[in-house]
Write a protein that binds this ligand. Structure first.
Ligand code: FES
Length: 63
């Protein structure tokens, strides 16, 4: 599935980057180019990052 239309980055590429140890939005941007144009894909990239983080370390946004 394409996540970043501007840079033609798919979810497999982002997951592969996450598995290589790059787990920040900035790092994903630098490695893949995702989020570097219009930024509309940031929500999707963040969701993939959150899915990748083990539950124990996940940031819980609700109280
Ligand atoms: S859709 Fe990713 S930067 Fe535009």
């Amino acid at each position: 599935m394409i996540v970043c239309i501007c840079n033609n980055v798919n979810s497999a590429t982002i997951k592969s980057t996450l598995e290589s140890g790059v787990t920040s939005l900035k790092g994903i941007c630098e490695e893949t180019g995702a989020t570097s144009c219009c930024g509309k894909c940031k929500f999707k990239v963040n969701a993939l990052i959150q899915d990748h983080i083990p539950e124990d370390n996940a940031i819980h946004l609700t109280a």
